[in-house]
Design a protein around this ligand. Structure first.
Ligand SMILES: NC(=O)c1ccc[n+]([C@@H]2O[C@H](COP(=O)([O-])OP(=O)(O)OC[C@H]3O[C@@H](n4cnc5c(N)ncnc54)[C@H](O)[C@@H]3O)[C@@H](O)[C@H]2O)c1
Length: 264
């Protein structure tokens, strides 16, 4: 897909961070938008800021609610008569907690949003995407979908799962018009740490020190990735380096990062 003028782009988690930046960048390219976020207030701010630039529908719901996302897919297709791009972006993290410490309900909260939200979204929109001459599903994983670190087992598990799901789906859809890209960001300046649940809030504040890259720069790289039909896209200044180091010395790099940088 080379151009986005009048394309219909669906973005979950568009009230903040990477999702908001994607909405801004796609609107600047003339795309029409169907936006979601569980945070109705922030979603409304994104919509209001962009409504003079393009046509937008928006709906606040939880992406871990399968029926809600099915209804949103129907509504989007009814409104625009097509869907060209789906970006499963909404995601959350738990605080810095060991597997022994973490409450299983908190673990499931992360799985429901980060993994099931992506599966539900892909299944709900796929029939509409397949009707287009060219289309794309973009799933936002993480550098922690390529490398596991300590005290983030729910997050790492779900982001690895998103990669597995995306790569499997990409192979399945090879002979269709739908491209699938899995994005592995690292260190982007968003609210992901502030929005985390459980653990010590001081740890979240400390994690913000690693979130430096501008989400709009990242959004533009993701858009380029769609244009270039990438299947796997590391983004953020640390992402490619960590990915390659981890390939050369799996586990040791994660362990070194944990001991020297992330700590507990
Ligand atoms: N910031 C980073 O460095 C980084 C690194 C790797 C991966 N990611 C991934 O990027 C994606 C976007 O996160 P971000 O960094 O922009 O964080 P963010 O917290 O700024 O934005 C996430 C948005 O998702 C929304 N959301 C959360 N739960 C939801 C739900 N159940 N249903 C609908 N919306 C929901 C939030 O309200 C928020 O607006 C996530 O999948 C995250 O895991 C971010």
């Amino acid at each position: 897909m080379k151009h986005f003028k009048d394309k219909v782009v669906v973005i979950t988690g568009a009230g903040s961070g990477i999702g908001k930046a994607l909405a801004e960048e796609f609107a600047a390219l003339g795309a029409q938008l169907a936006l979601n976020d569980i945070d109705a207030q922030n979603l409304e701010i994104t919509r209001k800021n962009l409504e003079s630039k393009t046509t937008i529908i928006s709906e606040s719901f939880d992406v871990s609610d399968n029926n809600a996302i099915i209804q949103f897919a129907e509504k989007t297709n009814k409104h625009f008569k097509k869907v060209d791009v789906l970006i499963n972006n909404a995601g959350v993290a738990a605080g810095k907690l060991s597997v022994e410490e973490i409450d299983i309900e908190l673990f499931k909260w992360v799985v429901d949003i980060n993994f099931w939200g992506v599966v539900y979204g892909s299944k709900a929109f796929l029939p509409y995407l397949k009707n287009q001459p060219e289309a794309a599903i973009v799933n936002i994983s993480s550098i922690f979908g390529l490398m596991g670190i300590g005290y983030q087992a729910p997050y790492c598990s779900t982001k690895f799962a998103v990669r597995g799901f995306s790569e499997s789906l990409a192979v399945e859809l090879h002979d269709t018009p739908v491209e699938v890209m899995c994005v592995h960001p690292a260190g982007i300046n968003t609210n992901i740490a502030n929005n985390s649940r459980g653990g010590n809030p001081e740890d979240s504040k400390e994690f913000n020190n690693f979130l430096k890259d501008d989400p709009n720069v990242i959004a533009r790289k993701i858009i380029k990735g769609i244009q270039r039909k990438k299947v796997r896209l590391p983004v953020g200044r640390f992402s490619s380096v960590i990915d390659w180091m981890n390939r050369l010395k799996p586990y040791h790099i994660a362990n070194m990062l944990q001991q020297k940088v992330l700590k507990k």
